[in-house]
Design a protein around this ligand. Sequence first.
Ligand code: G
Ligand code: G
Ligand code: MN
Ligand code: NA
Length: 254
Amino acid sequence: VRMMHALRTAFSQHELFLMYQPQIDLATRRPVGAEALLRWRTRDGKFVSPDRFIPIAEYSGLIIELGEWVLRTACAELVRLRAAGHRDFTVSVNVSQVQFRHPQFLAMLRQALDDTGAPPEYVELEITESMAMEEPHLLVEMLAEVRGTGVKVAIDDFGTGFSSLSHLQRLQIDRLKIDRAFVTEITGSSRGSSIAEMVIQLGRNLGLSIVAEGVEDERQAQVLFHLGCPLAQGFLFARPMPAEDLMAWLAGEA
Ligand code: G
Ligand code: G
Ligand code: MN
Ligand code: NA
């Protein structure tokens, strides 16, 4: 309860902000987008992990307001990046289950796109694999509506759940994100690499885009590329950075 109050205060006092982590095309090594990641730095300079405060935001309902702010901020940043000449660049936003299920979610999404002028086809929502497995009928409808706006959808942390091929086939999604755990194992045991390999094959068979998460060294990048994974994200390329730094980083990559 104390943390719930602290989080509310933090949000109203602008202690929450977004960092952006670039996503890279493994063939050309050029940036193709960035994932927006929420951060909380308290007034005494301590960082609180989203793994700790997102569940509290969900439980308290604050996630509705907070999630809207995240989406609007990321859309506004996308517009700024485009104005600076980065026109083929996508911004991805994590969406929690509570937010996605909220009756006003679609209206909120449309309003955020309208108000910011963000082109929907360069906005991507990341939903988790566990969300993708619940209540198939509702989800199929929701995804169709989201896709109707032009916004893209990725399944985050893929490989940690148990989505079947037939289930995935029914969902209108654009992209799978291979969970960091399987990327870490890729240069270790053959069992480890076989999971990443399977996810890549699955994505390719369904005509989906694939992003490997948590790529930390060159060997992992090489193996992923040879397995047919087109995109990657991780400390090897860039850490999550504030919006101002992203603009400078992209200018340096050009
Ligand atoms: O960036 P980091 O690894 O600390 O993120 C931890 C978790 O918090 C990740 O699973 C990420 O998806 C989640 N997360 C980060 N930013 C947001 C956000 O804006 N909204 C939601 N719902 N989750 C987020
Ligand atoms: O669950 P989600 O994919 O949304 O969370 C992404 C999280 O992973 C972010 O918090 C980000 O800081 C973290 N991350 C991104 N790249 C790397 C990496 O190369 N190594 C590690 N250990 N964490 C990473
Ligand atoms: Mn994510
Ligand atoms: Na993830």
